[in-house]
Each structure stands twice: as structure tokens, then as C-alpha cells.
Write a protein that binds this ligand. Structure first.
Ligand SMILES: [Zn+2]
Length: 58
């Protein structure tokens, strides 16, 4: 396996890690209740998916 010849400096390491941040998930609107939800997931607030009740809601 290829091994790096020289150790990267702290500044180079920290510059790389400065780019590493959490990104906001791409949310879509529920077609039934207009609540924000993740795409390709059953709506957590009303339990609808693909125009029908997919999950019972409490
Ligand atoms: Zn919904």
C-alpha cells in the first residue's frame, strides 16, 4: 500500500478539517400536510407516503 513520504503539517491538516462541516439535509414538503420531511421517507407527522396512509400515527 502506498504510504505518504512526509507528515502533513498541522496547518495543512487543520485547513483540510476546516472544510469538514455538517450540511443541512435536503428537506421536501409533505404532499398531505405540507410539513417538512426527508425525501423518500414516510412523513413523520401524518404518516402519509405516495398519496396514501403508509403508517399509523399516534
Ligand atoms: Zn405529512
Amino acid at each position: 500500500m502506498a504510504v505518504p513520504k512526509k507528515k502533513h503539517s498541522k496547518s495543512r491538516r487543520d485547513r483540510r478539517r476546516s472544510q469538514w462541516k455538517a450540511k443541512t439535509p435536503n428537506l421536501g414538503e409533505c404532499s398531505n400536510c405540507q410539513e417538512l420531511k426527508l425525501p423518500h421517507r414516510v412523513c413523520p407527522s401524518c404518516g402519509h407516503y405516495d398519496g396514501r396512509q403508509a403508517k399509523a400515527v399516534k
